[in-house]
Design a protein around this ligand. Sequence first.
Ligand code: UDP
Ligand code: MG
Length: 174
Amino acid sequence: MENQQKHQYTLIILKPDALVKSLTGNIITRLSEARLRITAARVTRVSKELAEKHYAHLIDKPFFSDLYDYFSGKVYGGEYERVLAFVYEGEDAINRVRKIAGQTNPNDADPISIRGAYGRINKKGIMENVIHCSDSEESAEKEIKLWFAPDDIIEEVYPTVIKDMSGVQARVWA
Ligand code: UDP
Ligand code: MG
């Protein structure tokens, strides 16, 4: 049916500049306009390996190394080397969030959008645009599986299997 909107999951990352600028609350408030639900959330560091998988489509660009320095928070110094990652779910989640986030280049983005309001281009030419959001169902699935383990998400978003991990060492509280 034409107007029927699809239930979707999308990966959202508040990039290090969102944390440096103390925008976490503002951005989450803006995202509530999309009328979606948070299904998973975590704070994490961005390893080179994770960045290369997440931005695989940009790995051959000459700016990839500067992009990593931004995305990992290295440009802001040790205490900001972290991001906040979320899975949001709901009707038409991917497009609703992309619309509120705005265009990739903060200079082109609607000034009312998150990227238009809070983004900038840094001295290296990298678009510091405070938020990542999946751009299709295919990338949402790839990205959610990259950033979250099944048990970190409160719903069964994609099929899982049970693997016998006996013999594997894990760190637990002492
Ligand atoms: N980016 C950049 N310069 C470019 C293209 C991308 O600095 O010419 C950065 C920017 O931070 C962007 C991210 O790389 O958000 C990922 O790029 P993509 O084309 O996937 O844009 P997005 O999906 O984030 O809108
Ligand atoms: Mg993208």
